[in-house]
Design a protein around this ligand. Structure first.
Ligand code: SF4
Length: 224
């Protein structure tokens, strides 16, 4: 595992649980609104944190922490992610995976191991290349959505809604893409503290409109 960041405690990243978070190095997308360029651009990668340090920390926190969140970057690019997730489970922790859904083969192996999956829906399929600035095979996105929805895991789909990337009609198409999902999260673009350019945001009223659009497609839609 190539781990570029570690947060010892979070109350918000795993719903209802106290979690630690690791941030893996590398991503196959280049979203314009990415908050973690140091995890995406190899030239900015920090010194990796040894996996053993994370496992030792968790072993010391048994009974105090509930879960480990594995985020990135894109965690499914890590060749030993399945083995790592199993080690964390063996220590007695819940595992949440954050993914961009671009690697359905790894997700298929992980879906029976992890307890919670949060998958980004970047855009309607026809806009994926532009919004993710990648040549992603959108068939992978569809497969990942199906894998998650057909699993018995806790999950959420989530979209960061940035005005320059998504229009109202795109929200409707995203709803169609994840029709029947248990939970969808509309994420506001948080203005970054540094290093990343500020982007125009939709108003709170507009977000509520988007929420009512998506509510027609999914069981529950929240704004975060
Ligand atoms: S998928 Fe996530 S980590 Fe990768 S570039 Fe997009 S926002 Fe950044």
């Amino acid at each position: 595992m190539r781990i570029g960041g570690f947060q010892k405690c979070s109350l918000i990243d795993y719903p209802g649980k106290l979690s630690a978070i690791i941030f893996t190095l590398g991503c196959n997308f280049k979203c314009s609104y990415c908050h973690n360029p140091e995890l995406v651009n190899p030239e900015l990668f920090p010194e990796p944190i040894p996996e053993g340090d994370i496992l030792a920390f968790l072993a010391r926190r048994k009974g105090k922490l509930d879960a480990l969140v594995i985020t990135g970057g894109e965690p499914t690019l890590q060749k030993d992610l399945v083995e790592f997730a199993l080690k964390v489970k063996e220590l007695g922790f819940l595992v949440k995976l954050d993914t961009n859904g671009s690697n359905s083969c790894i997700l298929e192996k992980l879906i029976g191991i992890v307890d919670y999956v949060a998958m980004d829906i970047k855009a309607p399929l026809e806009k994926y290349h532009r919004v993710s600035n990648s040549n992603i095979d959108t068939g992978e996105i569809k497969k990942s959505i199906e894998l998650i929805m057909n699993s018995d895991r806790d999950y959420e789909f989530r979209t960061t809604v940035v005005k320059s990337e998504l229009e109202e009609s795109d929200i409707l198409k995203i709803g169609e893409l994840i029709q029947g999902a248990r939970l969808f999260v509309l994420q506001k673009y948080a203005v970054p503290e540094k290093n990343v350019r500020e982007l125009p945001a939709y108003s709170d009223d507009k977000f509520r409109e988007f929420q009512s659009i998506i509510a027609g497609f999914v069981q529950k839609c929240i704004i975060r």
